[in-house]
Design a binder for this molecule. Sequence first.
Ligand SMILES: Nc1ncnc2c1ncn2[C@@H]1O[C@H](COP(=O)(O)OP(=O)(O)O)[C@@H](O)[C@H]1O
Ligand SMILES: [Mg+2]
Length: 240
Amino acid sequence: MATNILKVSNLKVAYGGIQAVKGINLEVNEGELVTLIGANGAGKTTTLKAITGTLPQCKVEGEMHYLGEHTKGLTSFNLVKQKLAMVPEGRGVFTRMSIQENLLMGAYTRDDKAGIAADIDKWFGVFPRLKERAAQMAGTLSGGEQQMLAMARALMSHPKLLLLDEPSMGLSPIMVEKIFEVIRTVSAQGITILLVEQNAKLALEAAHRAYVMDSGLVTMSGNAKDMLDDPKVKAAYLGE
Ligand SMILES: Nc1ncnc2c1ncn2[C@@H]1O[C@H](COP(=O)(O)OP(=O)(O)O)[C@@H](O)[C@H]1O
Ligand SMILES: [Mg+2]
């Protein structure tokens, strides 16, 4: 049986009077690439923030289990220590640090120097653009390169679950293709990923399973490839 990494049950989130997430269920199993797609404002980012425990001012209801443990009472710091990594919308790289330094920051919860150096080499292999620019300040990178750096930095923590919030947002079509190529490569290495995307076509093509979110609710879920052929998904999300 598949090992459950994340299980979200009846999650509800309200910002003051605005109910942004209205009771959703989702799960991610070990080794899966699961995508959560939906229009702008559907509640995708709010869901990821609830998972990482970074919505302190909001009313969050429901149950969450990460690695089989109830997350109630865990701080976002605890979750990072337990290898939950998130690349937020807008990336958040340290612009005034070099690429190499950003990657070292990603490994701050580790103390195995040799392993860290080996991992930097490994991810430079997957992200050759970063290797060529290792000593450059992160702020001088293009948007797509910063997205790659944010992903590589998150991977330096050896995540058991990697959350990606709209990695393709604001990038050129060629860069979007490259980012998805990298997501597939990372997934093929066995890393479990929950990918939030507005680019439904590429996300469904890359993912094993998918959830569709609309106005705070999960309206569909299932095998990602089946969804690519679903007339409702085609009409609403694929522009076909
Ligand atoms: N900090 C906030 N305060 C109030 N409302 C918010 C806040 N963040 C998001 N919302 C609202 O919650 C809803 C879901 O937003 P969000 O989770 O960002 O959607 P998505 O990531 O799918 O675009 C939207 O209606 C948005 O306006
Ligand atoms: Mg969002």
